[in-house]
Design a protein around this ligand. Structure first.
Ligand code: NAI
Length: 334
């Protein structure tokens, strides 16, 4: 039998965690043979709520779930973890500027980076979900110098799943017939959802999505805008941000990182730029990647980038450089 691994979820009393924890306990992320100990981190005022979450986790009666450790102490939460879902963050409040949001979150991800550095396994895989996710991942890594940069990532899988679903609807096919749609850049409204390299299987034969759509300019216009604004549309309808779909995407991201991507397919993950596609280094940028089982991710190389795509990549890279500059300004003031 396999030994249990420690997995931490921050923001454990929040709404994304509420959907994510079930997936972890049920074995859909780390596999049906991998027992887990769940470390649940939230802030002191949420400990009562977290007690309720613990009760429900117990009541799932799932055999893979071993120890449950609710805590407000990062030293306890990050102890010997093999995987970390950093979901908890300061939410944007009415009237709050992007800058204020960044400042509040820089502090949180500094503390958690330091705790990862001190207490986590050195091969820990870290997924940042809390916004601004890309820059939070950058800060977190900065404060965890003993953990390789390649172990840090931020989530754009929800955007990828949204894009895949939108293309499937447009093409009138089942969602799994669409593959290789890419999210480039920041998990923000500057992201570039790119279907230029996507494929669709229609009546048993596979062709490129642009060809299947007869090159209509929907892909450059409505499609891009719909995906960029999907999060806001969910908030407008639900009065709360995406949670069920965000949690499912977090599970997808970590499962593919842990178990590997399917042959001939790639997925989008925000990771440290190594300069691929001319993107500046040392920002956390979403790229298409492939992953060997239990291996490192590799950024897919050699995809042709059109002039239109290049202009979109530049905009989102510029935004990430600005966020990085803001974040370091905040840190220097301390
Ligand atoms: P929520 O507000 O329901 O839960 C957040 C939880 O984090 C709360 O329980 C809060 O007490 C906790 N928290 C705050 N500071 C913390 C700290 N320092 N340590 C530990 N826990 C802390 O929010 P929800 O809906 O679960 O969303 C969480 C984050 O995920 C938000 O930042 C949201 O913007 C982001 N998000 C990211 C997506 C992506 O695609 N990357 C998609 C959807 C949401």
């Amino acid at each position: 039998p396999m030994k249990p691994i420690n997995v931490v979820v921050t923001g454990a009393a929040g709404q994304i965690a509420y959907s994510l924890l079930y997936q972890l306990a049920a074995g859909t992320v780390f596999g049906p043979d991998q027992p887990i100990n769940l470390h649940l981190l939230d802030i002191p005022v949420m400990m009562k709520v977290l007690e309720g979450v613990v009760m429900e986790l117990e009541d799932l009666a799932l055999p893979l779930l071993r120890e449950i450790v609710p805590t407000a102490d990062p030293a306890v939460a990050f102890k010997d973890v093999a995987a970390a879902f950093l979901v908890g963050a300061m939410p944007r409040k009415e009237g709050m500027e992007r800058k204020d949001l960044l400042a509040a979150n820089v502090e949180i991800f500094k503390v958690q980076g330091e705790a990862l550095d001190k207490y986590a396994r050195k091969d820990v895989k870290i997924l940042v979900v809390g916004n601004p996710a890309n820059t939070n991942a950058l800060i977190c890594s900065h404060y965890a110098p003993s953990i390789p940069k390649q172990n840090f990532s931020a989530m754009t899988r929800l955007d990828q799943n949204r894009a895949q679903a939108a293309l499937a609807a447009r093409l009138n096919v089942q969602v799994d017939q669409v593959k290789k749609v890419i999210i480039w850049g920041n998990h923000s409204s500057t992201q570039y959802p790119d279907a230029a390299h996507a494929t669709v299987t229609l009546q048993g034969s596979t062709k490129s999505v642009p060809a299947a759509l007869n090159q209509d300019n929907w892909l450059q216009t409505t499609f891009v805008e719909t995906i960029q604004k999907r999060g806001a549309a969910v908030i407008a309808a639900r009065k709360m941000s995406s949670a069920m779909s965000a949690a499912k995407a977090a599970g997808d991201h970590m499962r593919d990182w842990w178990m590997g991507t399917k042959p001939g397919e790639y997925v989008s993950m925000a990771v440290f730029s190594d300069g691929s596609y001319g993107i500046p280094q040392n920002i956390v940028f979403s790229f298409p990647v492939t992953i060997e089982p239990h291996g490192q991710y590799k950024i897919v190389q050699g995809l042709p980038i059109s002039e239109f795509a290049r202009s979109k990549l530049t905009v989102t890279a510029n935004e990430l450089e600005e966020e990085r500059a803001e974040a370091y300004k905040v840190l220097q003031k301390k």
